[in-house]
Design a protein around this ligand. Sequence first.
Ligand code: MUC
Ligand code: MG
Length: 369
Amino acid sequence: MIQYIETFLLDVPTIRPHKLSVATMNTQTLVLVRVRCADGVTGWGEATTIGGLNYGDESPESIKVNIDTHIAPLMIGMGATQPAKAMAKIRKIIQGNRFAKCAIETALLDAQARRLNIPLSELLGGRVRDALPVAWTLASGDTAKDIAEAEQMLDLRRHRIFKLKIGLRGVDDDVAHVLAIKRALGDRASVRVDVNQAWNEAQAVRGIAALEAGGIDLIEQPVKARNTGALGRLAQRFDVAIMADEALHGPDDAMALARSAAADVYAVKITQSGGLLPALEVATVARLAGVGLYGGTMLEGGIGTAATAHVCSTFPELAWDTELFGPLLLTQEVLREPLVYQDFMLQVPTGPGLGVEIDNDKLRAMARK
Ligand code: MUC
Ligand code: MG
């Protein structure tokens, strides 16, 4: 039985300012959820947003207050050993709040996998891979700094896929910035861009043509999320792969985008999908529609990153790798042992549940008072 649900907000400084078209992040706020069950098992979940309400329609504070006030009271007393049943009830009663639902579902699945003494991936159907290639986002806002950062990541053998955040400056300035980085890195790295919806269709046509000619591999969410018509026209017009990110809020969007052939690749995010089980559905729609998969992040800390890693480890195809670097952007760690990044990959944890443990002393020190 679910006995007790607690939520925590942790404000963690980033290692450097992280500049997106919608926000500059100097801290990331982690929302952690602890679910305690009557049989003594505890599960953890996490949700993060980007720049408060700059990126999406949930904030860390709204996630916490909606769990505390509306979701947790419904769940107390429910059977803890049937996470899918509990979540079906929550999804029926609670509208929206995908991020809050994701955090809760993660905690329930973590608890159940711990109870069964298996890694979470095995509860989700079983992993087909033990390590995931991880992209790094270059978003210092400065071309020379970004090149130096990329060189350092290559030297450390931590990343050889780089995603550049653009859309804050004019199209020509952004293209010059991206192509300078691509020229410096050459064939040693895959260089991709995330426009975070900043371009209109005409700007996108101009920008993507130049980026494609310069050897860029992937263009993420160039136009507004709801302008899926333009996204589809761009996907058809260009050879370079076009990825849907903000346009994708779960299985229904995955299906609608597939029907209109609006994207070549989906960024699968557990929070944007509304949980791990809906994220698996997004991936299934993509597979059936011939859309490529990419393991996306909302810059989560260790809990949310581990959860996404377990989900992605079950994908038969993961053509575009992942960007599960969230914990590496943060200056502090709330886990007892950090996730392992080596040889350009994140190791999918092998212990029971999420396979990571919260350090309670660190949690106490880091939690917002
Ligand atoms: C996004 O839009 O993809 C992912 C990586 C990063 O730097 O920002 C996020 C959000
Ligand atoms: Mg994106």
